[in-house]
Design a protein around this ligand. Structure first.
Ligand code: NAP
Length: 259
C-alpha cells in the first residue's frame, strides 16, 4: 500500500470551493479520503462536491465562514454527523480586507484579519482534537504564505497573520505531538487564483513576477495540492511543526532580483 493512501480517513478543508483549497480537497479525495468542501457560499461548494463524486470520490458540502465561531463549531459537528470523526484538518481559508500602510488600518480590519486567519485555526484545532485523540492520531495543515517570511508593505496585517501561522504550527505541534497529532504548514508563493489576481492579472505585473522566479512561472493551485497530501498522509509520519515553502524559488534569490 502507498504511504499516501487516505482510505477510511475524513478531512475538512476550509476555503475549498476554489483555488488552492479546492486542489487540496481534490488531492485528498483522490487518495481515498472523504472530504468536506467548505466556504461561505454553499453553491460553489456543491459544484466541487459534484465534481469529486463524478471522479468516484466521496465529499460533502458544509458552508462556513471561519471568522464566526458558531459556524466553525457547526462545521465540525456537521462533519461528524455526516461523515464521522475527523482525521485531517486543512486550515486554508484566509482574508485580506485591507491594503495600505499598517499604521492606518482600522481596528475592525485588523481584528477581522487575525480572527479569520489565526484565531479560527485555534478554534478548529481544539474542536477536531478529541476526534484525533480517539482515533490515535491525526494531521493538521495550515496554509500560510511567503508573505509571512518578509516585510510586505501595504499587506502588513495579512502578512503578520501569515507569519503567525509558522509559530502556531510549532506550538500546536509541540502541544499535540504526544497524542500523535502532527501539525505542519505550507507557505505558497504567488499562485494564480482569484485571491491574488491583482498581482498577476496584467501582462506587465505578470512578466515581472515570472522573470523574478528561478523556475520561470507563477504557481498553479495544483502545485500546492500534492504537498497537502504528503502532510495529510503517513508519507510524512515523522514530520511535525514544519513549514514547506512552495514558491517556484522566489525566496531563494536575492531581493534585488525579485523587485
Ligand atoms: N494565491 C496566492 O498567491 C497565495 C499565496 C500564498 C498564500 N495563499 C493562501 O492560500 C489560501 C487560499 O487562497 P487562494 O489563493 O486559493 O484563494 P481563492 O482562490 O480566492 O479561494 C479562497 C477560498 O476561501 C473561501 N473563503 C474566503 N473567505 C472565507 C471565510 N471567511 N471563511 C471561509 N471560507 C472563506 C472562498 O470561498 P467563499 O468566497 O465562498 O467563502 C474560497 O473557497 C489563503 O490562506 C491564502 O492566504 C495564497
Amino acid at each position: 500500500m502507498t504511504p499516501f493512501d487516505l482510505s477510511g480517513k475524513t478531512a475538512i478543508v476550509t476555503g475549498s470551493s476554489k483555488g488552492i483549497g479546492r486542489s487540496i480537497a481534490e488531492h485528498l479525495a483522490r487518495a481515498g479520503a472523504q472530504v468536506v468542501i467548505s466556504s461561505r457560499k454553499e453553491g460553489p461548494c456543491q459544484q466541487v462536491v459534484a465534481s469529486i463524486r463524478q471522479e468516484g470520490g466521496q465529499a460533502a458540502a458544509i458552508p462556513c465562514n471561519v471568522g464566526r465561531k458558531d459556524e466553525v463549531e457547526n462545521l465540525v459537528s456537521e462533519t461528524r454527523r455526516l461523515l464521522g470523526p475527523i482525521d485531517i484538518l486543512v486550515a486554508n481559508a484566509a482574508v485580506n480586507p485591507y491594503y495600505g500602510p499598517l499604521v492606518e488600518i482600522s481596528d475592525a480590519a485588523f481584528h477581522k484579519t487575525m480572527d479569520t486567519n489565526i484565531l479560527s485555526t485555534i478554534w478548529l484545532a481544539g474542536l477536531v482534537k478529541p476526534d484525533m485523540v480517539a482515533r490515535g492520531g491525526g494531521s493538521i495543515i495550515l496554509i500560510s504564505s511567503v508573505g509571512g517570511l518578509r516585510a510586505s508593505p501595504n499587506l502588513g496585517a495579512y502578512a503578520i497573520s501569515k507569519a503567525a501561522d509558522f509559530q502556531l504550527t510549532r506550538t500546536l505541534a509541540a502541544e499535540m505531538g504526544a497524542d500523535k497529532i502532527r501539525v505542519n504548514c505550507i507557505a505558497p508563493g504567488l499562485v494564480k487564483t482569484d485571491f491574488a489576481k491583482v498581482l498577476w492579472d496584467n501582462p506587465v505585473a505578470r512578466k515581472m513576477a515570472e522573470n523574478s522566479l528561478p523556475l520561470g512561472r507563477l504557481g498553479e493551485s495544483d502545485d500546492i495540492g500534492p504537498a497537502a497530501l504528503y502532510f495529510a498522509s503517513d508519507a510524512s509520519q515523522w514530520v511535525t511543526g514544519q513549514t514547506l515553502v512552495i514558491d517556484g524559488g522566489s525566496t531563494i534569490v536575492a531581493p534585488s532580483t525579485t523587485e
